[in-house]
Write a protein that binds this ligand. Structure first.
Ligand SMILES: Nc1ncnc2c1ncn2[C@@H]1O[C@H](COP(=O)(O)OP(=O)(O)OP(=O)(O)O)[C@@H](O)[C@H]1O
Length: 283
């Protein structure tokens, strides 16, 4: 059950390509990152994947079949693929949280009993069970975003697209979202994240694509795509802080903070050991 994109081009206006002949294969990772600066084409890509936009040329294969844009095909596609838009307001259809999450589930014919269970489960997962009977417009931006994520969790999609999942969120909510993404991945849901938050991508994606003005300029295992700093800078991005620190300290490049501290503490202990030994020798 996977997306494969070949030679996808998308054009909103004449003489300007929002996506220029791109190729992607989402079987290459479990949590896939798509990074790029403002206007690089990330949202356009996601809207093509959801069938909201139709490729100008090239094709998107899902499960080895070309995506079709008739009502029935899109209905089937969206049973498997869910999206959380950057702006949670875009995703709200009903005034009450419960009904809003229930909407998509009712749409695919799930019974009310199961819907109730799924809504509880999904809201628990985003730490938002308190919102269940609240009107959505009473919620803050970050709370709305969590409701939007609960909606896709409740759908039990096989693939989830997250457009800037942590933009505008405080550190606690950001950590919560990271945990949710890790949990989804553990449950074999493929997660595709678009972001210009390099730290987020470095932390959770195992495979990453870099978009620059509609072109894919780099792709690979996440640890490897950040090796070429010039390409990152050229794409209007920056290195994740961890990579920057490791690089400038001439350390090996670590994938997580814990390994860096472990390495540093061992180094310090070593230095301490040598210092003690040298004192022993002298005395
Ligand atoms: N509805 C539209 N009509 C015309 N041009 C558009 C439209 N939407 C996007 N574009 C153009 O397409 C290009 C890609 O935009 P897109 O929104 O996909 O970028 P993005 O990477 O998601 O940006 P951001 O990080 O700001 O969300 C930009 O040059 C943008 O100006």
């Amino acid at each position: 059950m996977m997306f494969k994109i070949s030679n996808l081009t998308y054009q909103y206006e004449k003489n300007k390509l929002a996506l220029n002949n791109i190729n992607m294969d989402f079987s290459k990772g479990n949590v896939i990152g798509v990074i790029g600066s403002n206007g690089s084409g990330k949202s356009t890509l996601f809207m093509n994947l959801m069938g909201i936009l139709k490729p100008t040329s090239g094709e998107i294969l899902f499960d080895e079949k070309k995506i079709k844009h008739d009502k029935k095909s899109l209905y089937n596609l969206r049973k498997d693929v869910g999206i959380v838009f950057q702006d949670p307001e875009k995703q709200i259809f009903y005034s009450m949280v419960y009904d809003d999450i229930a909407f998509a589930l009712r749409n695919i014919g799930i019974n009310e009993e199961t819907i109730k269970e799924r809504i509880h489960e999904a809201l628990e997962a985003v730490n938002g069970i308190d919102f269940i009977n609240r009107p959505i417009h009473f919620l803050s931006y970050g709370q709305k975003k969590r409701v939007a994520i609960a909606s896709v969790i409740a759908m039990k999609n096989k693939i989830v697209l997250l457009d800037e999942p942590t933009a505008g969120l405080d550190p606690i909510s950001t950590r919560l979202i990271i945990d949710i993404i890790k949990k989804l991945s553990k449950n074999n849901v493929k997660v595709i994240i678009s972001s210009h938050d390099m730290n987020l991508i470095y932390d959770i994606c195992d495979y990453t694509y870099i978009l620059n003005k509609g072109n894919i300029v780099e792709e690979g295992l996440t640890e490897e795509v950040f090796i070429n700093e010039d390409k990152i800078i050229d794409a209007g991005l920056e290195l994740p802080w961890l990579v920057k620190v490791c690089k400038n300290m001439n350390f090996p490049i670590f994938k997580n903070e814990r390994d860096l501290y472990k390495y540093w503490n061992e180094k310090i202990e070593n230095v301490e050991f040598i210092r003690k030994k040298s004192i022993e020798k002298v005395t």
